[in-house]
Design a protein around this ligand. Structure first.
Ligand code: 9MR
Length: 329
């Protein structure tokens, strides 16, 4: 190979010696992960990058209630099976996401008003999903986003019909279905002090005192450029419960227009967040919520923001990637 060809190969976007995951593992953590589902796995760049840099996969949508039990007792696993097969065939850990969540919830569940019916529906949903993938899932997000930003239980069918006991019901069923899986509560806006993180920590205390099986707290970390300074301290607050903690859905969105100065700030921010997990012994790993800026929920949900991930729209590594890499090196 000519020198120029060697240089070109070294600068190629997906060079094999990227390897964020092995570097994370060398730091004593379990994984550096990302998301996938058949719609993104169909892109060969996504597969290449998942294989080169990521050690854990969270199915982005395929394990949610609307995808798996669209009508009562009738389960569909086509997409979830494909994602699990990709992960296990490549030796990746899997974070199951998510069992009890007010969103992407079929209307037949929201219509339930009777305690016994809802209890058996939750148990059956949790048990069916976890049994299907028993032994293959490292951790499950058992309940997701159950608090509003004021720290009150969110207005959902689960809380409205069952009160706080829906959490106990879900976790107890989860432990019975797959005793080896780590069981998580997961939420967003836990990146700064306030009512929401206080409520979550207080609930974890009550669950532990009632003997409800729970292993971890996931902080989603959907962050905004330049506003990541609270992550390390809050991660430690969560770890002080004694549970494992994980950053489960990391992205750092940039207010438009994207400039080279903002991309450099994003590099700093990703470096800061990565170091936050490294600095908390209970933090087991980081999952980034997407591979490329071409496939991010941010585009449709926050149209005035852009470019939240580590690879750009064309699957070139961004400065953000270097921000993670340098924290791990
Ligand atoms: O990334 C997911 C997107 O494709 C879906 O349309 C959306 C629907 O609610 O959910 C997104 O993922 C969410 C995750 O499951 C829970 N935390 C917030 C994530 C971003 O909305």
């Amino acid at each position: 190979m000519k020198t120029t060809a060697i240089l070109a190969a070294m600068l190629a976007p997906n060079m094999v010696f990227g390897l964020l995951n092995p570097k994370m593992v060398a730091k004593g953590k379990k994984y550096f992960g990302s998301i996938a589902d058949p719609n993104t796995l169909s892109n060969s760049n996504v597969q290449t990058i998942l294989k080169s840099d990521f050690g854990a996969i969270t199915p982005e949508n395929s394990m949610k209630w609307d995808a798996t039990e669209p009508s009562k007792g009738s389960f569909t696993f086509t997409n979830a099976d494909q994602t699990v097969a990709f992960a296990t065939n490549n030796g990746r850990l899997i974070r199951g996401h998510t069992l009890v969540w007010h969103s992407q919830l079929p209307s037949w569940v929201s219509a339930i008003s009777d305690k016994d019916t809802l209890t058996s529906v939750i148990k059956n949903h949790v048990t069916t999903l976890m049994s299907r993938y028993k032994g293959k899932i490292y951790a499950w997000d058992v309940v997701n986003e159950i608090f509003d930003d004021s720290g009150n239980f969110r207005n959902s069918v689960f809380y409205n019909v069952l009160g706080e006991s829906f959490v106990d019901i879900a976790f107890i069923a989860a432990r019975a279905a797959d005793p080896a899986a780590k069981l998580y509560i997961n939420d967003y806006n836990l990146d700064g002090p306030g009512a929401k993180i206080n409520s979550l920590v207080a609930l974890v205390g009550r669950l532990k005192s009632r003997g409800v099986p729970i292993d971890g707290i996931g902080t989603q970390a959907h962050l905004i450029l330049g506003q990541v300074g609270g992550v390390a301290a809050q991660l430690q607050v969560l770890a002080n419960t004694g549970l494992d903690v994980a950053i489960t859905e990391l992205d750092i969105r940039i207010p438009k227009d994207v400039t080279s100065a903002k991309l450099a700030q994003q590099q700093t921010d990703y470096n800061t967040v990565t170091k936050a997990c490294l600095g908390v012994s209970k933090c087991v790993g980081i999952t980034v919520w997407g591979v490329s800026d071409a496939n991010s929920w941010v585009d449709s949900t926050f149209p005035t923001y852009d470019s939240p991930l580590l690879w750009d729209d064309y699957f070139n590594r961004k400065l953000a990637y270097t921000g993670v890499d340098s924290a791990l090196t």
